[in-house]
Design a binder for this molecule. Structure first.
Ligand SMILES: NC(=O)c1ccc[n+]([C@@H]2O[C@H](COP(=O)([O-])OP(=O)(O)OC[C@H]3O[C@@H](n4cnc5c(N)ncnc54)[C@H](O)[C@@H]3O)[C@@H](O)[C@H]2O)c1
Ligand SMILES: O=C(O)C[C@H](O)C(=O)O
Length: 347
């Protein structure tokens, strides 16, 4: 099913799109659900049914949010269900936002973090496989997002692999916003920015093909900055937010998740869903089939457009030596994470 227009039931009423939000009692879930219910994800004519999946410790937060959803009287919101079992939470899901994850705590090794998240994303992948709608689209937000998406995908053998994605739209939006700010340009003038690789500090925010209006972005801002301090600023923006705010990004993460799914379902913003070579693109962590030398099966960030409800990698971009080494470094980190979760028997 392509969800480019509201679906209709036999009485001619639009059928709701079911969105499952995991970690719905947490911060990003809370920031996302009201905007989804108000129409920000699928437009002003498409009803939405929400399923909120939490663990028992977090369920009160989801219940409280559900009370507030009622109090908003959103015309597009047809139902809110709360679940603590993945089978129930993903039942009939058209869109699954996997936000809840196990954060790293003091003294935790990376292998412990990957194992703890494997215990979440393996069973959730299996539940999606067995209970979600045939057209399910999955976006993983919970960190380490790319590898959690890989674990879920590998546990859902009946779901087409390309339906599992991870969020690098926040990094993309940060890259666009910080570039526009530095150049004194409007956000709407910026195009052609790409985030490559992992949602981590090894990511490569690439301005090689970026434009500000009709000028090459690197000519406007200079390669020293665009291939130096800019990369570090974007890649470390999450830590900057934590330092300044005293907590990790919430509203911008929820906003990016909504942007990602909206573009996936309705077509890349501003491109009208067109596939012409000049149409704008965004950055999405997609299941690799080998484009740009990313090994098959990794879920890595690439430039992509959404056409007809499907992501398409932007092909044919020239990759110079500097970009190649940055992409390879981040992809190598993803491959190492894949090897670790493989050794732990999680995939
Ligand atoms: N990819 C990105 O760009 C990006 C950006 C910001 C944050 N994040 C990540 O998003 C995640 C959520 O952030 P937050 O601020 O909302 O955290 P939070 O701690 O406020 O909320 C997380 C919620 O998930 C729930 N949860 C834990 N395990 C669960 C499970 N198995 N099933 C269902 N729910 C479960 C918890 O009970 C909690 O309510 C974190 O991993 C964070 O690092 C990712
Ligand atoms: O939660 C974090 O560690 C940071 C988050 O991934 C972010 O990019 O803001």
């Amino acid at each position: 099913m392509t969800m480019t227009a509201p679906q209709q039931n036999h009485r001619g009423q639009a059928t709701p799109i079911t969105v499952t939000i995991t970690g719905a009692g947490g911060q990003i879930g809370y920031a996302a659900m009201f905007r989804i219910a108000s129409g920000a994800m699928f437009g002003p004519d498409q009803p939405v049914a929400l399923r909120l999946l939490e663990i028992p410790q977090g369920v009160k937060g989801a219940e409280g949010a559900a009370l507030e959803l009622t109090d908003c009287a959103f015309p597009l919101l047809t139902s809110v269900d709360i679940a603590t079992e993945p089978a129930q939470g993903f039942d009939g899901a058209n869109v699954a936002l996997l936000i809840g994850s196990r954060p790293r705590t003091a003294g935790m090794e990376r292998a412990d973090l990957l194992a703890a998240n494997g215990a979440i994303f393996g069973p959730q992948g299996r539940a999606i496989n067995d209970h979600a709608a045939d057209d399910v689209r999955v976006l993983v937000v919970g960190n380490p997002a790319n590898t959690n998406a890989l674990i879920a995908q590998r546990n859902a053998p009946d779901v087409p692999a390309e339906r599992f994605t991870a969020l690098t739209r926040l990094d993309h939006n940060r890259a666009v916003g910080l570039l526009a700010e530095h150049a004194g340009a409007a956000v709407a003038e910026v195009s052609g920015v790409t985030i490559w690789g992992n949602h981590s500090t090894t990511q490569y925010p690439d301005l090689s093909h970026a434009r500000i209006g009709d000028r090459a972005a690197l000519d406007v801002v200079g390669a020293d900055w665009g291939r130096g301090a800019y990369i570090d600023r974007v890649a470390n923006r999450g830590a900057e937010i934590i330092e300044v705010r005293g907590g990790s990004s919430v509203a911008s993460a929820a906003n990016a998740a909504i942007d990602h799914v909206r573009d996936w379902v309705l077509g890349t913003a501003g491109s009208g869903g067109g596939s012409d070579d000049a149409a704008p693109w965004t950055s999405v962590s997609l299941y690799s089939t080998g484009a740009y030398g990313v090994p098959d099966g990794l879920i890595a960030s690439v430039p992509a457009r959404s056409v007809g409800g499907q992501w398409q990698v932007v092909e044919g971009l020239e990759i110079d030596e500097f970009s190649r080494s940055r992409i390879d470094a981040s992809v190598a980190e993803l491959a190492a994470e894949r090897d670790q979760v493989s050794e732990l028997g999680l995939i």
